[in-house]
Design a protein around this ligand. Structure first.
Ligand SMILES: Nc1ncnc2c1ncn2[C@@H]1O[C@H](COP(=O)(O)OP(=O)(O)OP(=O)(O)O)[C@@H](O)[C@H]1O
Length: 276
């Protein structure tokens, strides 16, 4: 693993009016690494994700540093970022993330044409291949459909395909499985895991769900009220949580599902959540 982080966040502070919604947050994401930003509702996860993506609302006052491949990006909105500072994104609401009027094919073709200079025909072939790799049924027909004609899980896998098609070295996924049933959640997490592995794309996974994090991530940054309270390898945090909130999180996860094996095998080869 290369020693320079893809993403380096230092002393990030975000204020909305007089409220500090993120308050001095620092963390790194290394190339190919999957890191989760874990916290309760309202802890500042989405503001952090949007700051990394360059999508903060104009009313947000932001301080600190967000470096992408060493390049300062904190003051640069997404639309003005250079290629090496581009970050792919997957959001919770797949329906509003996609253009409701355009076919899946035309939306998936666009990054191949715009960022990789492919012809329309080659871009269509690349889009179909990507949908196939996402285990989506009958991709030749799927590309002709609009987003509303797909199930939530299929749409979210299309969003992941779209993010992968951008071929960035970092992807931010903000609660991509929250709105899905458990079977579909598992499919989406598997798609994220396999495709970030294959392409060696680093992932910042925003979640309040320790089970989802344990299936996907090697490392966790735990936040409360916009501040980091604990961070480290996910297995260490689960087996020996130090902070009160992390202990509560682990206890709650055990009570829902007493044993869970990590699927993030490359870094965490053993069971994470064992029976207490
Ligand atoms: N437009 C806004 N103006 C002022 N405060 C806001 C605004 N949007 C969100 N907040 C506050 O900012 C804080 C952080 O919100 P954020 O959406 O980042 O939390 P989160 O951890 O992502 O929560 P969730 O898991 O529920 O999405 C919350 O306390 C929220 O009430």
């Amino acid at each position: 693993m290369c020693s320079d982080p893809v993403l380096s966040v230092r002393d990030l502070r975000i204020q909305i009016g007089r409220q500090a919604v993120v308050d001095g947050l620092s963390f790194d994401v290394m190339p190919g690494e999957r890191v989760c930003l874990l916290g309760a509702s309202g802890s500042g996860k989405s503001f952090t994700a949007n700051a990394v993506l360059g999508l903060l609302p104009p009313a947000a006052k932001v301080q600190g540093s967000i470096r992408l491949h060493g390049r300062e990006a904190i003051a640069t909105p997404a639309a003005r970022r250079l290629n090496e500072s581009r970050v792919a994104m997957v959001f919770q609401d797949s329906l509003s993330a996609l253009n409701p009027l355009a076919s899946i094919g035309s939306q998936l073709r666009e990054p191949f044409i715009r960022h990789h200079g492919l012809s329309r025909k080659a871009a269509t072939q690349a889009a179909v291949a990507l949908l196939e790799a996402m285990d989506l049924p009958d991709p030749q027909r799927l590309v002709k459909r609009t987003p509303a004609e797909l199930s939530g899980g299929q749409r979210q896998r299309v969003c992941i395909a779209l993010a992968m098609a951008c071929k960035t070295s970092l992807m931010v996924a903000d609660e991509p499985t929250t709105a899905l049933d458990v079977v579909t959640q598992a499919q989406v997490l598997r798609a994220l895991r396999e495709h970030t592995d294959t392409a060696q794309t680093a992932l910042l996974f925003i979640t309040h769900d320790l089970h989802a994090a344990a299936q996907l991530c090697q490392r966790a940054v735990i936040i409360e009220r916009g501040m980091m309270i604990e961070s480290g390898p996910l297995d260490a945090l689960i087996n020996a949580p130090r902070h009160r909130f992390t202990r509560e999180l682990v206890a709650a996860a055990h009570s829902v599902q007493p044993s869970l094996t990590s699927h993030a095998e490359r870094y965490t080869p053993h069971a994470l959540l064992k029976s207490a």
